[in-house]
Write a new protein. Sequence first.
Length: 443
Amino acid sequence: MSAPRPGAALDAMLARLLALHPRRIDLSLARIERLLAALGDPQRRLPPVIHVAGTNGKGSTVAFMRAILEAADKRVHVYTSPHLVRLNERFRIGEAGGGRLVADDELAAALGECEARNGDAPITVFEIETAAAFLLFARHPADVLLLEVGLGGRLDATNVVDRPLASVITRLSIDHREFLGETLTAIAAEKAGILKAGVPAVIASQAREALAVIERQAARVKALLAIAGEHWTATEERGRLVYQDDNGLLDLPAPKLYGRHQFENAGAAIAALRASGLKLPAAAFEAGMVRVEWPARMQRLAHGRLAALLPPESELWLDGGHNADGGRAIAAALADLEERVSRPLVLIVGMMSSKDSEGFLRNFSGLARRVIAVPIHQDNAVPAATLAAIAQNVGIPALPRDDIESALGVAGKLDLEPAPRVLITGSLYLAGEVLAANGTPPQ
């Protein structure tokens, strides 16, 4: 008899939890507040929190903060979502010398405790996962907790933290319309719901209408704003990151995470750490730029089972971007790569039906030679043939394939010189499938 696979008990528990509430996403604070009260309010025993909301760049900003803090020998808890391959990725326990992903048995015990306390009362899976995170983080000493909003902000389960060290709002764009609203101003109002009285709030560069909403909410609650371009700047100069605010200038190495947009994400991370009052040496900021890791964000896959399916002189990249603004950032990064080393670009794309596929793909018109559309093994994924037709409509030659392996086979056999640069993109779900199939899951 074979041993149960790792994580099987967690999968079974999550299946039970899904039955407690018919909707995966149902924004409210009442259910998690009830559960946390039954658990003894662990959110009141957390290490100092930096709370991060936004549409694009949340995870990268958190990754930069973690890298900087750990370079300063701080113990850093991290809560992020979604995961790519394993649920454990959402829960990083801070320890001396660097953190670790929570172990299966430890996570199962925390979720089991939440399940028992919740009973049969309605609760979403994200809410119960967040309650489990607070239990875990309250029971392990650390210097800082980096807490990423799941969706929105105002009614997100993470927004039960009363007084963080700092709040961060990364760049906002249209996404999750069915939950957050149809307009950028409606979305900004939801994101600005994390702002707290007297708490510094670091704001990445925003469209004018979004910033106006954030400024009004900050004035209403008396949050202390630090806005990109007004109170701090992060720019690329001579291939380095130059950051400046009222506390002085930092001349740092270029971020290890690739793309122009990562300079601003790194800047938001630095601004948040400085605004929070943490005294960190300049050497920690320098080390953080070159140590940072965040999978599936313009990640080069140089090794692994999938990488081996392409001709050796090809390049294989992965990015989980899935909205129009994310597509613009990816296209700009690819254009920069093209300037350095010219290669024909092939996109392998899978997307969810809740996303603006046309808006995303339009960014690559004139840049990509071919789109190869693939399915994602999720409910509500866009069929590959439909996605290929959308790509055709925006002017990119496209064809569907049944899976990533056959798509890579097609990409490797296209009559292109030199060998292509292949980017797999369009969904974090797809990115997780790719990392699992490649044998390179996040650590």
